[in-house]
Design a binder for this molecule. Structure first.
Ligand SMILES: Cc1cc2nc3c(=O)[nH]c(=O)nc-3n(C[C@H](O)[C@H](O)[C@H](O)COP(=O)(O)O)c2cc1C
Length: 183
């Protein structure tokens, strides 16, 4: 069955390691007939959640800041059957740009919008050669998904890549492409 897949990326490096894996994933998805939308968080106009809790009170997700979360991310999330979060590890956590999108998932909760039942996956990379470096990113996504009732369809976490292009010396892109089989 063809699915609507949303990929939200967190690296500003367009030719970087996580984006190379995203490219492989998207190509594999499209070859299977899925419809893919991609949003590059570092290149969106985004602002942080101000916790005003007035979400959807004026018809739009974020009432305070009518940014690209409202214009692009929120409608894409509502439409998606599956959401893939792709990013490098920044300081043992998520890059701020993609975290702003995740923080604003709060608007669906406060606004009483039903986004339960979607699938999600994680594509990530980091410099250090230690799988534990992914703990912060994994924990954030796993607990967030539990709360909003999304289920994981997999993850590809590749340690030991620093410079753009280092991913080519790993099986990261092949594993990212194989992730499409799990949809
Ligand atoms: C601001 C910043 C913070 C980083 N923090 C970490 C870190 O905590 N641990 C780590 O292993 N690598 C860290 N890195 C390295 C990146 O995760 C690594 O270079 C990765 O391959 C970048 O992925 P990209 O090419 O998709 O941007 C950091 C890089 C930057 C720019």
């Amino acid at each position: 069955m063809s699915k609507n897949v949303l990929v939200i990326t967190g690296s500003p490096r367009r030719k970087g390691n996580s984006n190379a894996m995203v490219q492989a994933f998207i190509e594999a998805c499209e070859a299977k007939g899925h419809s893919v939308q991609r949003l590059d968080a570092p290149y969106l106009k985004l602002s942080g959640c101000m916790a005003c809790e007035k979400c959807f009170s004026k018809g739009r997700p974020c009432t305070l800041a009518d940014d690209d979360f409202n214009a692009l991310a929120a409608p894409a999330i509502e439409k998606a059957d599956a959401v893939v979060f792709a990013m490098p590890v920044y300081w043992y956590s998520l890059p701020a740009q993609i975290k702003m999108v995740i923080d604003k998932l709060f608007s669906f909760v406060v606004g009483g919008r039903d986004i339960a039942g979607k699938q999600y996956a994680l594509i990530a990379c980091c410099e250090e050669q230690d799988d534990e470096v992914f703990s912060g990113v994994r924990y954030c996504l796993r607990k967030t998904a539990e709360l909003i009732k999304w289920t994981s369809f997999g993850e590809v976490c590749v340690p030991g890549v620093l410079k753009a292009g280092d991913i080519e010396g790993t099986d990261g892109c092949a594993r990212a492409a194989a992730l499409a089989d799990a949809l």
